[in-house]
Design a protein around this ligand. Structure first.
Ligand SMILES: C[S@@+](CC[C@H](N)C(=O)[O-])C[C@H]1O[C@@H](n2cnc3c(N)ncnc32)[C@H](O)[C@@H]1O
Length: 255
């Protein structure tokens, strides 16, 4: 069932506290909610952003479950995607029919997209992942935290009930993304979090571009490794690059 966004006239303190509870339950100090970034990307008013921010208190049990699952998988720290709460809020504000993300790993970003879609009562998340597997039975800190624990699949830390209706495609985005984009009428949110090379990022962005609707939000993580690729795409589209605080997580809104 769709839930409308409930705005209040003086909401900020309650909204801030809700986001902080969710962040703390997830256990990542980098996940502090950036309302300015979100307003710049969505064009939503402060009141609307505060209203979805206040909803984040309801995510606390999910954040706790993700964290517990990651710990059980030998990851004592969280280091996957630093703006999961903003992903939830973006989905609530934009009410997308189709979201594409590349790079799933344990499923932190996927979980937050799916929670937003569930609240909206509509829309589909299409995710692409080419997972790597942990070498031994115990996770070694010398390995990348994105590897799958033995016997687990992409999205392994997600609450399993969220998988219903999730379009997860396993394979290299080089192959899977063009076919997926062909199938969809339009894309409202695109998140790149897969192979972080300049050529690959540009390939993904240019592949999805023909289906990006006006107002679509395009996000790319770890752009410290992808050089000029994102700013170049932003110039092609004619949009400013919106950096999340001083990090290398960047985004733009299609004009
Ligand atoms: C940084 S992790 C994704 C983290 C995820 N967004 C989250 O919030 O938990 C990157 C993922 O992309 C996968 N990957 C790497 N190269 C890929 C490719 N060419 N196509 C699809 N997935 C790829 C990795 O194996 C890994 O699972």
């Amino acid at each position: 069932m769709t839930r409308a966004i409930a705005t209040e006239s003086r909401p900020s303190a309650r909204a801030r506290a809700a986001a902080e509870r969710a962040r703390s339950a997830l256990g990542d100090r980098n996940a502090a909610f950036d309302d300015r970034w979100l307003r710049a990307l969505s064009g939503a008013s402060r009141e609307r952003v505060d209203a979805v921010r206040a909803e984040l208190a309801e995510l606390v049990p999910y954040e706790q479950r993700i964290r517990a699952e990651q710990r059980a998988g030998g990851r004592s720290y969280y280091a996957q995607f630093r703006a999961p709460l903003e992903l939830y809020a973006l989905v609530r504000l934009l009410a997308p029919d189709h979201i594409i993300e590349t790079g799933v790993s344990s499923g932190v970003s996927s979980t937050h997209f799916l929670l937003g879609l569930r609240e909206n009562g509509r829309g589909t998340l299409h995710s692409i992942d080419l997972p790597l597997s942990q070498r031994g039975s115990r996770f070694s800190s010398r390995e990348s935290p994105v590897v799958l624990p033995p016997g687990r699949q992409s999205g392994w830390a997600m609450p399993p009930e969220l998988r219903a209706g999730w379009d997860l495609r396993i394979g290299p985005s080089e192959k899977v993304l063009p076919a997926l984009v062909d199938e969809l009428p339009s894309v409202r949110i695109f998140l790149h979090d897969s192979k972080h090379t300049p050529a690959h990022l540009l390939f993904e962005l240019r592949t999805v571009r023909p289906k990006l609707s006006r107002g679509a939000v395009v996000i790319a993580d770890n752009t410290v490794w992808t050089g000029a690729a994102f700013p170049r795409f932003a110039r092609e589209v004619g949009a400013p690059v919106r950096r999340r605080r001083r990090s290398d997580l960047v985004a733009l809104t299609v004009p």
